[in-house]
Write a protein that binds this ligand. Structure first.
Ligand SMILES: [Zn+2]
Length: 340
């Protein structure tokens, strides 16, 4: 089969080549991939991969949508069914799995990180990591939900659930996860303020009716306090890291929370401990979500709760260009990889 393989740590280390079809263990299923998306972690794997147990060559790609090519006996799956892939393979029987915390499973393996991923014609998956889609589902949209939207779901509805009337600040709202968080915070009934820059993005968010701060021409905390009558926001979603961390903490209302799932610009900002305790702030880390959250996300999307924003579409052979697009300042939303 054709697959996008990471052979070595470099932008030229990624190529489309032939790989053996996956071996399908008992009780697993063979999925013929239809589409997937680019995530920040793909760049991390390409350039570093430190801290993630894996071997090269590795098929890249963490999320995606496909159709059942071979279904095991005794399941409700039949060949041709459309399924969305939960990005984790998990055991289903350990104490974390039984408690519904699949990401904590000690046998958990993430596609495209610990094991072969989704930028391939075929993927082997345990049936329990698949969610069947309704007939007629928009597969391009489904393909981008697995990582970015699942991560955003837990950030908005997880540890510090956003509720109607809360004020949420989304830093760098053009990014895949941040844009998803903006959409989900709006569903939750929150008042949403975003930071972004560039004429096209500013116009986009104005047209959506969110409050927008151009971070290039404004002091963000000052702008936040002026918009909120000196109150500040209840929650900041910040995946940018070092560059925005201080401004994010300074934008919080007393008792507010910052939630992060990324550190694109660096991982070691000042902790501002005094600000944390004086204003009684909390900081939460978040990564993807559990199977129940994944099902909730998929059904909210299927019910028309939100429409994922797709920035651009590339073919399997164009993954290197798609990875480059991730760092293009004009990008907004998710980059789709069409496989079949
Ligand atoms: Zn487990």
């Amino acid at each position: 089969m054709k697959a996008v393989v990471l052979e070595e740590r470099a932008s030229h280390g990624v190529s489309l080549r032939d790989m053996p079809d996956p071996v399908i263990p008992d009780g697993w299923t063979k999925v013929r991939m239809l589409a997937a998306s680019i995530n920040r972690v793909d760049l991390y794997m390409r350039d570093s991969g430190v801290g993630i147990t894996h071997e090269l060559p590795l098929i890249m790609g963490v999320d995606g949508v496909g159709e059942i090519a071979e279904a095991p006996q005794g399941t409700d799956l039949t060949p041709g069914d459309h399924v969305i892939l939960y990005p984790y393979e998990f055991c289903g029987t350990c104490r974390h799995c039984l408690a519904g915390d699949q990401p904590l499973c000690r046998f958990a393996r993430i596609l495209g990180e610990h094991r072969h991923g989704t930028f391939a014609e075929y993927v082997a998956m345990p049936v329990r990591s698949l969610v069947k889609l309704k007939t007629g589902s928009r597969l391009d949209q489904a393909a981008v939900l697995g990582v970015a939207y699942l991560t955003a779901w837990r950030m908005i509805f997880g540890k510090v659930p956003v509720s109607p009337g809360r004020i949420v600040l989304i830093q760098g709202a053009g990014g895949g996860v941040s844009y998803a968080a903006m959409q989900l915070a709006r569903i939750a009934g929150a008042r949403v303020i975003v930071t972004t820059t560039g004429e096209k993005k500013l116009a986009h968010f104005h047209a959506l009716g969110t409050e927008v701060i151009d971070y290039r021409n404004n002091d963000v905390p000052k702008a936040v306090f002026s918009l909120t009558e000196g109150e500040g926001v209840d929650l900041v979603v910040d995946n940018i890291g070092e560059q925005t961390w201080g401004a994010s903490l300074r934008s919080l209302a007393r008792g507010g929370s910052l939630v992060t799932c990324g550190a694109t610009t660096g991982a070691h900002p000042s902790a501002e401990i005094q600000r944390l305790f004086v204003r009684q702030l909390s900081v939460h880390g978040s990564t993807m979500g559990n199977m129940e959250e994944f099902r909730q996300l998929v059904s909210t999307w299927q019910a028309g709760g939100f429409v994922p924003l797709i920035d651009s579409i590339f073919s399997l052979g164009e993954v290197p260009a798609a990875l480059a697009r991730l760092n293009d300042p004009s990008r907004m939303g998710k980059i789709l990889i069409r496989i079949a």
